[in-house]
Ligand binder design. Structure first.
Ligand code: BGC
Length: 800
């Protein structure tokens, strides 16, 4: 049955991927692969894969394994390992991939070769189902053994390594079914047999997302160690072996809470609906919910991860000045093994009128490798402004509410003890803003009522958007220039950008506002996701380059070989922003060498729910970790002159019906949780692009969202980069200016470029909607179109 299904799926896949690029989002598989030689990247991928692995359990020091300890490795995933997730975010042509079994061999492991040979022939005879776009397999059928075979394997070795693997992908969510969230019957049977026959069982979770752990817990007393390795990219077999053998002692920490079951997650009742989801858990996402209301529903808390040694925090000095909190402390390796620790500081704000989570991450770092007895000193500086919360009821401001602020320093959210506190007398408004992107519909959101769950109506939008937009339409003060000039002249300060824009015809301005229509554009490097900026010959003649945009974030998606780096969640688990910056610095260099100007990534959406199909591309349930990891990635990519494009702005938290779905949430949750990572990233690393999301946010599609793009991203955060759409967009009329639709509606919102540039149907001509209302009542104005060009050209100029 499995074989038939596999054949059907693979045939459908072949048909779909042979369709033109703008009908399917074709895989780049099957490309010609030239020589690859990047030892620096290989070493970084290996290190990041290892340092992102999270050791959840290590009973009786079962790990590290000894070289002479004979191990029986179970699961076909030892060969058919999940290196990355599916879709644009993982579709890279890696030069090679090191499987678990190869990684173990490279580490000199003493392997039960008879068992390994059985798996080798099973995998060769039953190649894995590859699936096709949005129908990829999340798990693979397993090989089962007779009791005699199990007994024989156990007679040869005391130690078994079992692997459970899950994948996920774009345009599909994981589901509450066996083989997705739950274990398959075969996986359960395998686990049951292995734990019955072997004295020491090491469980490796090779998963893109968090999966159900309650079934695994049933075998808990018989499992000695659990290592969550996520999907670690092309070096992940070596990376896992490095951790198992202590070559790289485990030092990853959970970027998400692992709860007792799915129902325990605060978004579990409001996820997966086709039309809209009310974010009724409000700001209480992940540990913010569990630590405040349901600590007993946590199996492994946020920030948790074991090492092979122990650490102590000592010499703690806590100081508060007018603008910041400073915590100085030492981290000491008190055990007998080398290791790295992740000191984390959480704060607890006073409940005030607004209610707060009982813990919020406000600082983290990672030590160097410390040998036993060695220590490292840190001075954490936490700006007071970063402790403020957003009042979306009346003030529409970030505010520090009156009362005591407590700080906790430790190695995970649950165990961190108090390290200091201070009191504020009287509320302080930190930044006076105004209401933006608030809900259009009424729904109930969770509030903290003295530690108890209470629901209240989320404040609705009171904004007259039509008025607000009309008041701030751009009016050019520049007289029409006659001077002939090129973009080079602007770059060399021989002409102003305004002068140059005046030389552009309407056709040229229209062309600038969209890409070259198709994926894999002939104007760019083969396998590109699109080409933008110099998409007309006349534009190129004026010095505007045709820029190649490639997918990411787990590597460069082109028809050539590129490094496949660990997925976002694995990188976040390192809690090491220096390492993330280093790995993306290498990606940036590779982009230069391969012909990619801008890469789609990092992915900055929040892990709102463990079933989201694209969680692997994103970092965490926490906005600070997301923002810091994102900023590190952007700094790395852009350090060599390549460009980064963080995505998807904003609230792309589910894939089901993703181009129609409406994420409905309070303005407070939007700002404190879902936009915060983008805000940190934008302010700390200044990416050249940002990609909007497919979904709606409080009733408005990301690519038409004036309040998010014009008001918040540009207005409040002061960012002047170039905003692009996700691939294709929904056709719509502006509710505020009904004559305006599609491209004009988008440009008025401040979304500069439609990608890849045309309608999905494959027509390669302008759709006419940008200019159709020019000069008419409420219509798009020339100044708006020129203003749009300004952002695009400022960006393009960075590449000449
Ligand atoms: C994804 C984007 C991606 C784009 C181009 C879309 O389906 O949502 O993240 O960059 O395709 O491949």
């Amino acid at each position: 049955m499995d074989k038939i299904k596999r054949k059907i799926n693979n045939t459908i896949g072949k048909i779909i991927t042979s369709l033109p690029g703008d009908t399917s989002q074709t895989s780049t598989e099957g490309a010609v692969i030239p020589e690859y030689d990047n030892p620096v990247m290989s070493a970084l991928c290996r290190r990041a894969g290892a340092e992102g692995a999270v050791l959840l359990k290590n009973k009786d020091n079962a790990l590290p394994l000894k070289k002479d300890e004979k191990i029986s490795v179970f699961s076909r995933l030892q060969i058919d390992w999940f290196y990355t997730g599916y879709g644009s975010g993982g579709d890279v042509n890696p030069p090679y991939c090191v499987s678990l079994i190869d990684g173990l061999r490279n580490a000199g492991a003493c392997i039960n070769e008879e068992l390994a040979a059985k798996y080798a022939s099973f995998c060769a005879e039953n190649p894995p189902d590859k699936g096709f776009w949005a129908h990829w397999p999340t798990s693979q059928p397993e090989l089962l053994f007779s009791t005699e075979e199990m007994a024989k394997a156990a007679a040869q070795s005391d130690t078994a390594i079992a692997v459970i693997g899950r994948s996920s992908g774009e345009d599909m969510d994981n589901t509450l079914t066996k083989g997705s969230w739950f274990l398959t019957d075969d996986e359960k049977r395998l686990l049951c047999d292995i734990t019955a026959y072997f004295r020491k069982v090491i469980l490796i979770l090779n998963c893109s997302n968090i999966i159900d752990m309650s079934e695994i817990e049933e075998y808990s007393d018989k499992i000695s160690a659990i290592l969550y390795v996520w999907q670690g990219g092309m070096e992940s077999g070596n990376a896992a072996a490095d951790v198992l053998y202590g070559i790289c002692p485990p030092c990853g920490k959970l970027p998400d809470t692992i709860a007792v079951n799915y129902a325990a997650y605060p978004s579990s009742n409001d996820f997966g609906a086709k039309k809209f989801n009310n974010y009724s858990e409000d700001i209480y996402v992940g540990y913010r919910f569990f630590e405040t209301f349901a600590p007993e529903k946590v199996l492994y808390p946020f920030g948790f991860g074991l090492g092979y040694t122990s650490f102590e925090f000592s010499g703690i000095e806590f100081k508060k000045t007018k603008s910041k909190v400073t915590v100085r402390f030492d981290v000491v390796n008190t055990g007998s093994f080398n290791g790295k620790e992740v000191p984390q500081i959480y704060f607890e704000a006073p409940q005030g009128k607004l209610g707060k989570p009982s813990r919020q991450l406000c600082w983290f770092a990672k030590t160097d490798m410390l040998s036993p007895g060695e220590s490292e000193t840190f001075t954490a500086e936490i700006p007071l402004d970063s402790l403020a919360c957003y009042d979306d009821n009346t003030l529409h401001s970030y505010i520090l509410e009156s009362g005591e602020y407590r700080f906790y320093l430790g190695s995970d959210v649950r165990s961190a003890p108090l390290c200091g506190s201070f009191t504020i007398r009287g509320d302080i408004i930190v930044s006076q803003l105004s209401q933006h992107a608030a809900p259009a519909e009424e729904f109930l959101r969770l509030v903290n009522d003295g530690g108890k769950v209470k629901y209240e109506i989320a404040p609705k939008s009171g904004v007259n958007l039509r008025y607000r937009i009309r008041e701030s339409l751009p009016v050019s003060g520049t007289a029409p220039g006659t001077k002939k000039c090129t973009l080079f002249d602007v770059k060399n300060d021989c002409a102003t950008l305004e002068d140059f824009i005046m030389t552009l015809s309407l056709d040229e301005l229209e062309a600038l506002s969209r890409g070259d229509y198709t994926m894999n554009s002939p104007l760019g490097t083969s396998g590109n996701a699109g080409v933008y900026c110099g998409v007309l010959g006349s534009l190129r003649d004026k010095g505007i380059p045709a820029l190649t945009f490639t997918d990411g974030p787990s590597g460069i998606r082109l028809n050539t070989t590129a490094s496949l780096i660990p997925v976002g969640t694995c990188l976040a688990s390192t809690f090491d922003t220096r390492l993330i910056e280093e790995i993306y610095t290498e990606t940036g260099r590779e982009m230069k060498a391969l012909g990619s100007d801008v890469i789609a990534g990092p992915g900055l959406n929040i892990h709102r729910n463990p079933l989201c199909g694209r969680n692997f591309e994103y970092f965490s349930e926490d906005p600070l970790l997301t923002g810091k990891a994102g900023a590190a990635a952007v700094r790395g990519i852009q350090s060599s002159g390549s460009g980064a494009c963080p995505k998807h702005f904003a609230c792309n938290n589910q894939e089901t019906n993703r181009t129609h779905n409406d994420s409905r949430l309070s303005e407070r949750a939007l700002r404190e949780i879902y936009l915060k990572g983008f805000e940190i990233c934008v302010k700390e690393s200044n990416p050249v692009n940002i990609m909007t999301s497919y979904n709606k946010i409080n009733g408005v599609w990301g690519h038409y969202h004036y309040e998010l793009v014009h008001d918040i991203l540009r207005g409040e955060w002061g960012w002047d980069g170039c905003v692009i759409t996700d691939w294709w967009m929904r056709s719509a009329h502006s509710p505020e200016f009904p004559s305006l639709r599609d491209q004009a509606y988008r440009v008025r919102a401040g979304v500069n470029i439609l990608m890849p540039g045309g309608a999905r149907t494959g027509k390669h001509v302008p759709d006419g909607t940008l200019l159709e209302t020019l000069g008419k009542k409420d219509g798009i104005t020339l100044d708006e179109i020129r203003e749009n060009a300004k952002y695009i050209l400022k960006f393009a100029m960075k590449f000449i």
